[in-house]
Design a protein around this ligand. Structure first.
Ligand SMILES: *[C@@H]1O[C@H](CO)[C@@H](O)[C@H](O)[C@H]1NC(C)=O
Ligand SMILES: *[C@@H]1O[C@H](CO)[C@@H](O)[C@H](O)[C@H]1NC(C)=O
Length: 244
């Protein structure tokens, strides 16, 4: 069809498209993740880490590298299993038939999921990627498929890979913009493409934020995000001015 034609054109122009063999829909998201894992396992043997990031998430590789570079983290994970992100604890399957995440008891009988990293953004080391993708490829796919992040969590649990929590991955509430805060965060959810370009340029322009500035602004933007949610305030951005 016309879409296929456009895709071929774009692939020719940019050389950065990978096409999966399934209909792209919300309930098929897990198949997309599965293709990503298999593709990365086969074609990226040189990559130490894989980042899965949603398209409404501002991802900051510099902050991730700084985090991974901290000696305690590096010593533990450089050659070992890393499954890093915002960890959801003790989540119960959705048993509401009208929900888009509906998972009947027949498909998943247990009353809670194993803890898993939020699908908005998570990081896998090479060894975790191998274990999780091999586990996913060797087990029969349940119907309906669980949400993609839950599915990765299930495969990780079965493969003996534990999730690690990192507070630098934003959670549910929108994080109000602050230059030093965004510079420190690894991932921030609910960002439009237009904002992404603007924020990216701003956080990568001088002056650099001091260590203290980073710590202080992280605290401030977290508290504001929580207050906004608590008060039911619209998740519009609040400009926070920070001093170095
Ligand atoms: C998922 O993809 C498969 C393979 O293309 C397709 O048969 C199925 O209809 C899709 N499911 C949904 C809900 O889109
Ligand atoms: C990693 O840490 C070393 C030593 O502390 C430092 O010299 C280097 O610049 C750091 N790299 C990154 C990407 O933060």
């Amino acid at each position: 069809g016309p879409v296929a034609k456009l895709l071929i054109e774009e692939a020719r122009e940019r050389g950065d498209l990978i096409q999966g063999r399934f209909w792209d829909s919300y309930s098929n998201l897990t198949l997309k993740t599965l293709s990503m894992l298999n593709w990365a396992r086969r074609f990226c043997p040189q990559a130490h880490f894989l980042a899965k990031v949603d398209d409404d998430v501002l991802f900051n590789p510099g902050a991730l590298l700084r985090y991974l570079n901290r000696s305690t983290v590096t010593n533990t994970y450089e050659h070992g299993d890393l499954y890093l992100g915002r960890v959801h604890l003790h989540v119960a399957p959705d048993r509401d038939p009208d929900s888009k995440h509906y998972l009947p008891r027949g498909a998943y009988p247990a009353s809670v999921f194993p803890d898993y990293c939020s699908g908005t953004a998570y990081i896998l080391s090479r060894s975790s990627l191998l274990k999780i993708s091999l586990m996913a490829a060797s087990s029969p796919l349940p119907t309906p498929l669980p949400p993609e992040d839950v599915f990765v969590g299930l495969c990780a649990r079965a493969a003996g890979v534990l999730p690690s929590h990192c507070p630098l991955f934003s959670g549910g509430p929108a994080v109000p913009y602050g230059r030093c805060c965004y510079q420190a965060m690894v991932s921030i959810h609910h960002i439009s493409p237009r904002e992404m370009l603007r924020f990216w340029a701003d956080i990568h322009s001088p002056p650099p934020c001091s260590w203290l500035g980073l710590r202080a602004s992280l605290g401030v933007c977290k508290v504001r995000a929580m207050l906004g949610t608590f008060l039911g305030v619209d998740q519009g951005l609040v400009k926070v001015t920070m001093h170095k």
